[in-house]
Structure formats: structure tokens, C-alpha cells
Write a protein that binds this ligand. Structure first.
Ligand code: PLP
Length: 364
């Protein structure tokens, strides 16, 4: 039978998964470890699923170096539900939610928090069209802050923090949906980290929350049960039916990361991949224009523009014909974007860089 080629997948999310993970899932799809059924068909209260669930949690802690005193939750509702759960659980009366506004996702987080309580934008790069992240020194923690919220990687604009502010006793909370597990991290700098899995960690359907236990145990009894961190923490994320298949795939992705050398190796690979594409931009004598300021560039989402929207359309069309998928920028900002998460192979980025050079030759 003819082997169908895998696309050069640059989708922003859901996004590329490691081929090895897909093949492993395929091999154990119908009969999981000789249990006579798929993992999807099993009770989430049984020992087989619970083994997978706890393995994923332990491996996540191990790879990220999660210190004692932190817990890991597997929730549903995407990162978008965290935008609301964070203030509902942590924004106590008399305090303010302090937000750093870096782009489209930060804006959404702020809007949700405003529905719940008092918020303050303590730093913003909106005046620069979100083409950069603020300097860490410009993020000043106000008095009475319940927490400081940052978006570590703005998936749509293509910017990324390279260092994080020291917020002292005030918990730093980070939306890491699009760069979790892409580089080593000092978890102890953060009160809470959260991420929808579908960019760097697995399929859609599960959201990972890593947090200091003290932030998880004091949820107000006045909010709905399913929206309380305390309920999920007390029940090891098995209060209700978890997204079992998604957690299982996350476990396989974590094993894949471990086999490849962990977060140091991910970082080295991601930097090399990003360099291929940024070099194509920087070496184009202005044919391609990077959207983000150089020191704020994301290693995960490379955003760039061409001289006209017409030329951008032509680029996207010819790229698609050549097998490059997902290069159109988000509909809210236009332009072009290559999302190059952990699972996107180096060869695919090399092929894109070559395509960019060829396209420039033909069209300049
Ligand atoms: C994709 C994304 C989200 C939204 O995630 P959902 O799981 O779709 O709710 C939030 N924040 C960032 C940074 C993202 O990239």
C-alpha cells in the first residue's frame, strides 16, 4: 500500500503530535495492555486507568522538577475556563487581580477576571500593538494584589517572556498554554502554571494546572463545585469523569519528552528550529518582516508579514500546495504564523525555511 506522507504541520492548536506517540496509541488502541478493551472503554475508577493517570502526574512532576508543596491537576474546559476559575477561587474581596497585558490571550484572561472581581492591568504593551513583552523591571506588584497573572507566550502575536518577574509573596500565575514543556522552568517562581494540552502537551480536552497546594485548598464554598480547585485537588482530579483518553495521550507525550532528553533537549531543539525560520526572515532584506521585537520573539509561534496582503495570500496558497499546513496568521491579526511546538520535526522547519527562500526568489 502506498504510504501517505505526513503533512508539514504548523497548526497553532490543536497541533502536531509526535509520530511515535500516534503510532504507539494506534498499536494499543483496541486492546490496551491485554485488558480486552480500549483505554477509552475503561472505568476511570479502575486500577488500569488510575495507573495511567498517576503515571502522567508523576512524570509531569519529574520532568518539570515540580517542588514539594505543589500539586498537579487535570481539568477540563480548556485554558479559557482557567481565566474564570483563577479569580473565582483566588480573588478574595478587598484584593485585586493584577494582570500583565501582552496580547490576545492576556486580554481574554483580563475580561473574564473583570466579571468576577476587581482587576488592574499593571503593565501593557498594547501601545506597541503587542509586538513585545514588557521588561521584567516594568512589572510592579501593587499592594493588595491577590496574584499577578502573565501569559508566558502569546500564541497569536508571537511573543514570549524570556524571564519572569519576582513577585515576592504574591503568587505569580502564568498561562503557559503554548510553551509549557518547551524549555526548563523554575517552578518555584510560580504560584500557579496552567496550560491547555493541545499545543505542546497532547490532544485537546485536558488542561494541566500546577500550583502551590495553599492556592488549591481554600476555594470559596460559594462557587459551583466543579469550579473549585479544592474539590479537584482533594479527589486527585477524579471527582467526576476525567478526560481519560486525553490524559493517556499526555502520558505518552511526556514519555516521548523524557526519551528525547527532557526539557533541556526540548529547548535546544526548539531554539535550533526557531533559528531556521527567523534566519530566513532576517536574511530576506526586508521581504519578510518579523512581527515581534527581536528580544521578545517566541520560539513557539513565529509571526511574520509580507509587503502586501495579496502576497501573503499567495504565500499561504503556494505553501499549502507544497504541503505546508497552518501558516495563515490568526484571523484577528492576519499575516503569517508558523507554530513550531515540541512535536514539529526539525526537518519540517528546514523545509519551510527553504520554501521561504524559494518564494522570495520567485516574487521579488
Ligand atoms: C490556546 C490558548 C488558550 C486557550 O486555550 P483553550 O484550551 O482553547 O481554552 C489560552 N491561552 C493561550 C496562551 C493559548 O495559546
Amino acid at each position: 500500500m502506498e504510504q501517505r506522507q505526513r503533512a508539514y504541520n504548523f497548526n497553532a492548536g490543536p497541533a502536531a503530535l509526535p509520530l511515535e506517540v500516534l503510532e504507539r496509541a494506534q498499536a494499543e488502541f483496541v486492546d490496551f495492555r491485554n485488558n480486552g478493551m480500549s483505554i477509552m472503554e475503561m472505568s476511570h475508577r479502575g486500577p488500569v486507568y488510575e495507573g495511567v493517570h498517576n503515571e502522567a502526574k508523576d512524570l509531569l512532576k519529574e520532568l518539570l522538577g515540580v517542588p514539594d508543596g505543589y500539586d498537579v491537576l487535570f481539568l477540563q474546559g480548556g485554558a479559557s475556563t482557567q481565566f474564570a476559575m483563577i479569580p473565582m477561587n483566588l480573588l478574595t474581596p478587598g484584593k485585586i487581580g493584577a494582570y500583565v497585558n501582552t496580547g490576545s490571550w492576556a486580554v481574554k484572561a483580563i475580561k473574564e477576571a473583570e466579571l468576577v472581581g476587581e482587576t488592574q492591568v499593571i503593565a501593557s504593551t498594547e501601545a506597541d500593538q503587542f509586538t513585545r513583552v514588557p521588561a521584567v523591571a516594568d512589572i510592579v506588584v501593587p499592594e493588595h494584589a491577590a496574584y499577578v497573572h502573565v501569559t508566558s507566550n502569546e500564541t497569536i502575536e508571537g511573543t514570549q517572556f524570556q524571564a519572569f518577574p519576582n513577585t515576592g509573596d504574591v503568587p505569580l500565575i502564568a498561562d503557559m498554554s503554548s510553551d509549557i514543556f518547551s524549555r526548563p522552568l523554575d517552578v518555584s517562581q510560580f504560584g500557579m502554571i496552567y496550560a491547555g494540552a493541545q499545543k505542546n502537551l497532547g490532544p485537546s480536552g485536558v488542561t494541566v494546572v500546577i500550583a502551590k497546594e495553599e492556592l488549591l485548598t481554600n476555594s470559596p464554598k460559594t462557587i459551583p463545585t466543579m469550579l473549585r480547585y479544592s474539590i479537584h485537588q482533594k479527589n486527585n482530579s477524579l471527582y467526576n469523569t476525567p478526560p481519560s483518553f486525553s490524559v493517556y495521550i499526555v502520558n505518552l507525550v511526556l514519555q516521548w519528552i523524557k526519551e528525547r532528553g527532557g526539557l533541556q533537549a526540548m529547548q535546544a531543539a526548539n531554539e535550533a528550529k526557531a533559528k531556521l525560520i527567523y534566519d530566513a526572515i532576517d536574511g530576506s532584506s526586508g521581504f519578510y518582516k518579523g512581527v515581534a521585537a527581536v528580544d521578545s520573539r517566541s520560539r513557539m509561534n513565529v509571526t511574520f508579514r509580507l509587503a502586501s496582503e495579496e502576497l501573503e495570500k499567495l504565500f499561504a496558497k503556494e505553501a499549502e500546495q507544497a504541503g505546508f499546513i497552518g501558516l495563515k496568521g490568526h484571523r484577528s491579526v492576519g499575516g503569517l504564523r508558523a507554530s513550531i511546538y515540541n512535536a514539529v520535526p526539525h526537518e519540517n522547519c528546514a523545509a519551510l525555511s527553504q520554501f521561504m527562500n524559494d518564494f522570495q526568489q520567485k516574487n521579488s
